[in-house]
Every structure is written in structure tokens, then in C-alpha cells.
Design a protein around this ligand. Structure first.
Ligand SMILES: [Zn+2]
Length: 276
């Protein structure tokens, strides 16, 4: 958390508010997030104009004039916040990007797992953060054939496989649990043993779940809000995620949703609908 739909919704809001605006000053209130922050590098974007905002996996890519790129990852608990008011620094407000007087964007991140870095455009593709990312699940490249090939010889369970950012970029715990439920696949199933029909359905459902979540502006759990302060609404549509002990939402199924831990992550599923 935040995953692809929350990051996508965040960049859509950013685009509508900061495109063609200058970042005039940056205040850093911390020396490190997930890693130490290179202040000198970050300061290079001071005075530059924002010309594009895009996404790769769970990374936010803000493009500036002079070919500079600001790369942001929100980690476990990060969010960007717009404020149009007198500057007040609240707890966990680690970086302030000033656009003009009484108008700025703040990076707030209580658990400090986020990341902020600056690159030249030509170095972005091959930077350590992006170079190994897998396909974007909402593009044509993520197809039945891609998934079938990627699953070959994979001995891990399908849940762990889908969370691997080197295979599919942007999926996290929520959307993996929901996609597996929609596909009637047990999270414990060994990846390489998936049948053709299951692979085809899983590919389709991943795209559907993500697109539906984007339409609802993502999921607002653990205090996640969009930069404008709006809440996403997909959390109201969860069928398994965070529903331990509640009745399965599939028609005719009266089973209770189970929570198990796979690779240290909570995993929610219905053992009747998602048989091994
Ligand atoms: Zn069920």
C-alpha cells in the first residue's frame, strides 16, 4: 500500500494541479527515508517547470524542464498532499515542494519507507529502481502469453509470484488477494501448475480489478488519501481483503473468509471458492 491504482490516481490529481508549474523551493525536514536523501541532487529541480507526470509500477515520475526527473515511491505509508494555505509543517511532513506562496506539495510518510531521488531523463530507464521492473498489467504486453511464459518453472505459490515486481509491476497485497478471488485460484497454488484456463482468467481479472479500483480512485486504508484529501472508494468493494471471519460475497457461498500469512503478508481468501 499504496499500489498501482492509488499511485495512478495520485498522478492524475498531480497532473491536473501542478502541470506547467514551477517548483520554486524545496524544504527537506529529514535526512533519510528508506535510504539517505541526496539533498544536493534533489535541489537540482529547484526553479524548474513540471512538464509531465507519469507512473511506472508504483513509482511516480515527475518530469521537469532541463531533462530532470523526480522519482517518488510512496513506500508503505507515504502520500503527497496539496496545500493552499499558510505553510504548517505537521508530523511526518518530510519534504515540502513550494510552487508559490501558500501553494505547495508535501510528502508525508509516517513509516519512512518511501523514496525520493532525482535523475537525468537519459539515466531514468536504467536506474536501479526501474530497470528490473516487469510489465505494466494494464498494457497489451501483459497478456495470456506473457503470464504463461512467466509462470513456467516457477515453484513458488501464485500469491508470492504475483507480488514480484520484476514480473508484474504495481501489484500489491490488496489487488493480488482480490484478483485471485475473482479468478477462483487458491493463493497457495504452485505458480507453474496453473492451467491454461486459470492463466487466461487471472490475466483478465487482474486488469479488471485494477481498472475498477482506478475508476473508484483506489483504496483508502491505513489513512491513505489522495493529494486533494479525497478518499478512494475501492475499500468498500473488497471481496476478501481485510474481511477475515466475514461471509464470502460470492452468491450461494456461505464460507467465512480466512486470513493466512504467506511470506509474512496477510492473505485473505475463501477456501470453498478458491480450492487448491
Ligand atoms: Zn466463497
Amino acid at each position: 500500500m499504496p499500489e498501482l491504482p492509488e499511485v495512478e490516481t495520485t498522478i492524475n490529481e498531480l497532473k491536473s494541479i501542478v502541470l506547467n508549474k514551477n517548483i520554486n523551493k524545496i524544504i527537506l525536514n529529514t535526512d533519510s527515508l528508506r535510504k539517505p536523501i541526496n539533498k544536493k541532487k534533489i535541489k537540482k529541480i529547484e526553479g524548474l517547470k513540471i512538464i509531465n507526470v507519469s507512473r511506472r509500477g508504483k513509482y511516480i515520475i515527475i518530469s521537469f524542464t532541463n531533462d530532470y526527473i523526480l522519482l517518488i515511491h510512496l513506500g508503505m505509508s507515504g502520500r503527497l498532499i496539496f496545500r493552499k494555505d499558510k505553510l504548517v509543517i505537521n508530523k511526518h511532513d518530510h519534504i515540502v515542494f513550494f510552487i508559490k506562496k501558500n501553494f505547495y506539495i508535501i510528502l508525508n510518510d509516517p513509516r519512512k519507507f518511501g523514496l525520493v531521488d532525482v535523475f537525468l531523463k537519459k539515466d531514468l530507464k536504467n536506474c536501479n529502481h526501474l530497470k528490473n521492473l516487469g510489465v505494466e498489467p494494464l498494457t497489451k504486453e501483459f497478456s495470456f502469453f506473457y503470464l504463461k511464459n512467466a509462470l513456467l518453472k516457477r515453484k513458488s505459490n501464485i500469491k508470492t509470484f504475483l507480488l514480484n515486481q520484476k514480473i508484474i509491476a504495481g501489484l500489491g497485497n490488496i489487488y493480488v488477494c482480490e484478483s485471485l478471488f475473482e479468478s477462483n485460484i487458491s493463493p497457495f497454488q504452485i505458480a507453474k501448475n496453473l492451467k491454461r484456463k486459470q492463466i487466461s482468467l487471472l490475466c483478465l481479472k487482474i486488469k479488471k480489478v485494477l481498472q475498477y479500483a482506478i475508476n473508484l480512485k483506489g483504496s483508502s486504508i491505513s489513512d491513505f488519501k489522495l493529494p486533494s484529501g479525497l478518499l478512494g472508494k475501492f475499500q468498500n468493494k473488497f471481496k476478501v481483503y481485510d474481511r477475515e471471519g466475514k461471509i464470502c460475497k460470492r452468491k450461494g457461498c456461505k464460507e467465512m473468509i480466512i486470513r493466512s500469512v504467506i511470506n509474512g503478508r496477510s492473505t485473505y481468501y475463501c477456501k470453498k471458492c478458491q480450492k487448491m
